[in-house]
Design a protein around this ligand. Structure first.
Ligand code: SIN
Ligand code: FE2
Length: 216
């Protein structure tokens, strides 16, 4: 490897098992931090964050946008992946190289070396925002894991089982942490309770989450 650092080796530093097939790679995104934030700014110029409407008519407290070949969207008609940003009518911005490199390195480190993400949902939490317990199941092929990158303010990650009522474990997600779940835990319920107030040096009063999927 000719790179200045080997991202996979850097990631090896600290890993926690969340469940069978699910790991938390502590600080794995830190080597990519400034590139990720610069790329994120470019994306949001073209496809700004917006609060989407659920099929039941609720406005989500988490603001969202996407990049990649497809983006996750919700409106009164349901949840789906769409190649176009419904707000602009344009294709979603392409997946930046640094996003792709981090997602693939993290998936590989977690035991999913074949992951080729084609969609990245970008979640923006402000204090008070939350994401209730759900499964990620709008993707076509569950052989792909989910790779989820945390930036900015810390949050609690609720990670449960395959049934909504299964017991839930809680993990602190801090700036730079990457969670990966696939295989036997691919359809586990997960969620993020209300973000607490705080200030992050790079992001201020905000948490950003990048969720990579193989959607199409
Ligand atoms: C998600 O499930 O889409 C987001 C999880 C997170 O914000 O960590
Ligand atoms: Fe999710």
């Amino acid at each position: 490897m000719t790179d200045l650092f080997d991202p996979i080796e850097t990631m090896g530093a600290s890993r926690e098992t969340m469940a069978m097939g699910a790991v938390l790679l502590r600080g794995a995104a830190l080597p990519f931090e400034s590139e990720l934030l610069a790329a994120l700014r470019d994306i949001t110029v073209h496809s700004p964050f917006r609060h989407m409407i659920t099929p039941r008519g609720y406005t989500m407290s988490v603001a969202m946008t996407n990049c990649g070949a497809a983006g996750w969207v919700t409106d009164r008609t349901g949840y789906r992946y769409d190649r176009h940003d419904p707000e602009t009518g344009n294709l979603w911005p392409p997946m930046p190289d640094c996003f792709l490199a981090l997602a693939i390195a993290a998936a590989t480190e977690a035991g999913y070396p074949l992951f080729q993400p084609d969609a990245c949902l970008i979640n923006r939490y402000e204090p008070g925002a939350r994401l209730s317990l759900h499964q990620d199941k709008n993707e076509r092929d569950f052989a792909n894991p989910i790779v989820s990158v945390s930036l900015g303010l810390p949050a609690t990650f609720q990670f449960g089982g395959l049934k909504r009522n299964d017991p839930i474990s809680k993990f602190a997600l801090r700036h730079g942490d990457v969670a990966v779940w696939g295989g036997p835990s691919r359809l586990c319920f997960h969620g993020v309770p209300e973000l607490k107030h705080g200030h992050h040096d790079l992001l201020g009063a905000m948490r950003i989450n990048l969720t990579f999927r193989g959607a199409l």
